[in-house]
Design a protein around this ligand. Sequence first.
Ligand SMILES: Nc1ncnc2c1ncn2[C@@H]1O[C@H](COP(=O)(O)OP(=O)(O)OP(=O)(O)O)[C@@H](O)[C@H]1O
Ligand SMILES: [Mg+2]
Length: 554
Amino acid sequence: MERTDYRKLYWKIITTTLTFSLVPLFALGATIYYQFRVSYTAKIMESLRTLTENRRNAIDLFFEERVSQLYTLAYTQSLDQLRDEKYLDQVFTLMQSRSKSFVDIGIIDRDGTHVTYVGPYNLAGVNYKNESWFHEVMLRGVYISDVFMGFRKYPHFIIAVLRREGDRSWILRATIDTEIFDAMVKAAQVGKRGDAYVVNREGILQTAPRFAGHLLGKIESPHTSQFSGIHVEEMQMNGETALFSTTWLKNKDWMLVIKEDPSQELTPLFEARYMMIGIIGLGVLVIVLGTVFVSRATVGQLIQSDREKAMLDASLVQSGKMAALGKLAAGIAHEVNNPLAVIKEKVGWMMDLLSEEDISQSENFKEFDDAVHKIDQHVERAKKVTHRLLGFARRMEPIKDKVDVNKLVDETIDFLENEAHYRNIVIQPEYHADLPTTLSDSSQLQQVVLNILNNAIDAIGKNGQIDVKTDYSVKDEQIVITISDNGPGIPNDQLDRIFDPFFTTKEVGMGTGLGLSISYTIVDKLGGRILVSSEVGKGTTFTIYLPVIRQEKA
Ligand SMILES: Nc1ncnc2c1ncn2[C@@H]1O[C@H](COP(=O)(O)OP(=O)(O)OP(=O)(O)O)[C@@H](O)[C@H]1O
Ligand SMILES: [Mg+2]
């Protein structure tokens, strides 16, 4: 796989994992929040509805009590009795002793004239014939007015009841103190921004609200048409969004409005939302970090195992080549060796014959002698190749014995000391002090070191340095032999072919191209590995890894 493929895989794992874990998380969060919001809002609306209902019942009761008080008075007393101002005053004082909700009281005759009046204002004799409320009472028997300023220049409203007494009709009229009524409504103003007020059909305020306006002012009313029951809804009114609960009163076409500030009421909901966002955010962070970590580890492991597999593949290919070559080499060497032996024998015989010739008698003697010697020389060369090949084939099974690698390397360098000296090449050894001994085939191993050192000397040619180092890796239990030269290096395109049998860059007759392939096979059989790294112009390093074997396996 290419580097970009790993990147792609990495991102694919990340996106898939994130999608499959984040989507359910968000869905869960949204669902929980939505459910909570719905039930919480329902709860708030319910409590607002209850508050409104209680308030309305209280107000209704207030009206009913006043009306029935007046009815009782009108129907238990006769007009003649009540006409007496003193008597009316007595009755009024009695009524006020229980609750001071009335301001004044008066009797109005069928012509609209205020015949008797008890109260702080001087209203006796005033005629109400042209007031619309007067006709309403005459028609319906009971009347509750809107709040108005009237003659008194003070906000008030009146309740009037009609009594038919024989052929006479008269009206008992009382003024209600708006302050008491106001206080009842205001009791529903909850929270810092809550409001409660009463409006009539035309949107005229009948009580003084906290924020919405002032008494008898006109405001935008949530509803203008009558309905039964209680409406609770979120509405935008007068520039702000709030929860409005509205209901019409039973005895009067007034509407009770209770407003609640949702931002205050919904604080727990917002807190829950922030907590939710916090928890989800934390979850996202953990998931993202976890995903990145796991993806990295997975891809890292994949790269590692791919690399190992590639290495194993390469070494399997190389081993395959070697095995095939081994068989082939043995066959060819054997077949070629016999004719070579015959040629060698015949050449020896011809040489003997030539030595008995009289030189002066034979005019082509020189040519014959030359040719025979050349044949002998080339047969020798051919035998060297077949000898190596046979050796290669035979060396398949190593003979293992205790080997001191430092000593072995030192001896090998000794072999080449003269040659190196002659070519002005310094061989610089550096031995690991506590190298363990290992079970290995010393002569085969020596051949490997010799081959590599020979190659290095050949590569340098003249004037250079070869560093030979032994080391021990405790972790892998391996002996490491490193041979570096400062020769010309190996071009990249040749690097993976140098272990191939018969690959050589040397002149014909100078190299067989078998040195490294034989070395490779040997190290492989010994359970180790050879690696090469090279840079053109700088030099080449061969590294041999040998396992430390302390005891032959049974
Ligand atoms: N240290 C080195 N520096 C540069 N090239 C090298 C080095 N070692 C090996 N090579 C290259 O690898 C080739 C193969 O080496 P190998 O030992 O298998 O065969 P050879 O040396 O050519 O022949 P022989 O080993 O029979 O003498 C060499 O011909 C050379 O091109
Ligand atoms: Mg060689």
